[in-house]
Write a protein that binds this ligand. Structure first.
Ligand code: PA5
Length: 475
């Protein structure tokens, strides 16, 4: 699809941070002087990201994904075509950064009841992402799919994640028992040369595989084959997704807070964090965008939650992401946001024009409390509630800002993802931490290996066995 400059700017995301400012929050917001005082820090963060973009050794390869995948995209589209032709079910086996992106894009860009649609109305096979090892879930997935008609996309950069590899063992065993050739039913997305999936592929005689580049960590991988293959199988226009990301990259080329959407978001969040706003709520007013919050929660939490600066100084930084959904959570969490502790920043995701309007018919004419709704649309209602919630928070002196998508499509989703990725990289640079590692996650993975008897983890096993609960503290 060719995109004119007019079309691109019509699809440009907007960040409105009016409700973060002192002027509108009765002195409880951020003053222009405070923003001004952070200009140099923001500039330095921008320069750091610009200087290091694309560097694999710093895990910043993700910045180039919108530009350097022409051949990979062609291969993905070809593979997706074959999968759509051959299979009735497509199952992603992966966890964390290897699952949240595919879940998010599926929910954002496909029919909300995609799997319930008849085959003729779906662009691809039925779709499942299995990002847990709950034994009930595994068994019940197998109740609704037929492994003989299923393609399993095993996504794991390390090929060593217990959850994903346990799932792989289950499905390869079932496929063998069903007399199927495992190789014909799996696609691997993994590291180029290291890791167990590379070994398994060799053993099976060469599995169709896509590479997750060295410089792309799990949570920054949605625009790599991790996210692009599942999306393409679903009929999502992955080229447009990448174009949206490239457009956001261009918008963020400016080191100027007034011009760079990701830099202003990062700076405001940084100022808020330093002022004790340790909770960041992401509240999309769109069911299609609800899993963007899950994806973002990992990106923001795993990237910024660190206990050491790049200089080796001790610190405990980060902001706890909270997932909320408009309007649903207006009827649960918003009470807390409006009147509870002043410890949050609420980010709204708004859509200007929904793909459906859903008119509300006239009725109940004798009951004015109900009839006033008639003649409006559900779109008007959700937009009014979004505005009303922002207004109520602002009146109560609560920090909030809005990222608006003119419409929700591949291009604007690409913009949004790239905005959040850059925002995270800028915020990490401001905090002077390693944004791209996850030692805390690795610690849990290793303890699991020890508990399940992986060779090489014997001493940790002994330590865990000795750490029995203290009887004095069991009620
Ligand atoms: O962001 C990350 O690095 C993690 O969430 C990983 O994606 C997750 O732990 C899965 O790891 P792997 O892809 O090696 O199976």
């Amino acid at each position: 699809m060719k995109l004119s400059n007019e079309l691109r700017s019509a699809m440009r995301l907007r960040v409105d941070y009016t409700n973060m400012t002192d002027k509108y929050l009765g002195g409880k917001g951020i003053s222009p002087a405070t923003i001004g005082a952070h200009k140099n820090l923001a500039k330095a963060a921008h320069a750091y990201v610009k200087e290091n973009r694309g560097k694999d050794e710093l895990f910043m390869g993700w910045t180039e994904l919108p530009y350097n995948q022409t051949e990979i995209v062609a291969d993905i589209l070809e593979t997706a075509k074959t999968i759509r032709r051959k299979f009735e079910y497509f199952v992603v086996l992966g966890i964390g950064g290897s699952a949240l992106g595919p879940i998010m894009a599926f929910n954002a860009l496909c029919h909300l009841h995609y799997n319930d649609l008849p085959k003729s109305k779906r662009k691809g096979p039925k779709f499942y992402v299995e990002d847990n090892v709950d034994p009930v879930r595994m068994k019940e997935l197998l109740d609704v799919i037929d492994v003989k008609k299923t393609c399993f996309n095993v996504i794991s950069k390390s090929g060593a994640t217990s959850e994903t590899m346990a799932q792989y063992l289950v499905i390869s065993d079932l496929l063998k028992k069903a007399g199927e050739d495992v190789k014909e039913h799996v696609v691997f997305t993994t590291d180029a040369s290291r890791g167990n999936l590379v070994k398994i592929s060799k053993e099976l005689g060469g599995v169709k595989s896509f590479v997750l580049g060295d410089g792309v960590g799990g949570r920054f991988s949605q625009l790599s084959p991790v996210g692009l293959l599942p999306a393409a199988v679903l009929g999502i226009d992955i080229k447009l997704l990448l174009k949206g990301a490239a457009y956001m990259d261009k918008l963020c080329a400016a080191p100027d807070l007034k011009k760079n959407p990701a830099l202003i978001c990062a700076t405001l969040q940084y100022i808020a964090m330093k002022d004790g706003k340790n909770i960041g709520v992401l509240m999309p007013y769109s069911d299609n965008l609800r899993y963007v919050s899950d994806w973002y929660a990992q990106l923001w939490a795993e990237s910024l939650g660190k206990n050491e600066t790049l200089l080796g100084e001790k610190c405990n930084v980060g902001q706890t992401p909270v997932k909320a959904l408009g309007v649903t959570d207006q009827h649960s969490q918003v009470q807390l946001y409006t009147e509870g502790p002043y410890d949050k920043v609420v980010t709204f995701l708004s859509v200007d024009s929904y793909k459906e309007k859903s008119p509300i018919p006239h009725g109940c004419e004798n009951i004015p409390d109900v009839s006033f709704l008639g003649g409006h649309t559900m779109e008007e209602l959700i937009r009014a509630e979004n505005k009303a919630t922002a207004y109520a928070l602002t009146k109560a002196g609560r920090l909030n800002y809005t990222i608006s998508l003119p419409v929700l499509n591949e291009f604007t989703l690409g913009e949004l993802l790239y905005l959040f990725e850059l925002q995270t990289a800028y915020a990490g640079a401001m905090l002077n931490i390693n944004t791209f590692n996850q030692p805390g996650v690795e610690a849990g993975k290793k303890a699991t290996f020890a508990l399940l008897g992986k060779p090489g983890y014997e001493s940790q096993r002994a330590e865990l066995d000795n750490a029995a609960p203290d009887e004095n503290y069991i009620v």
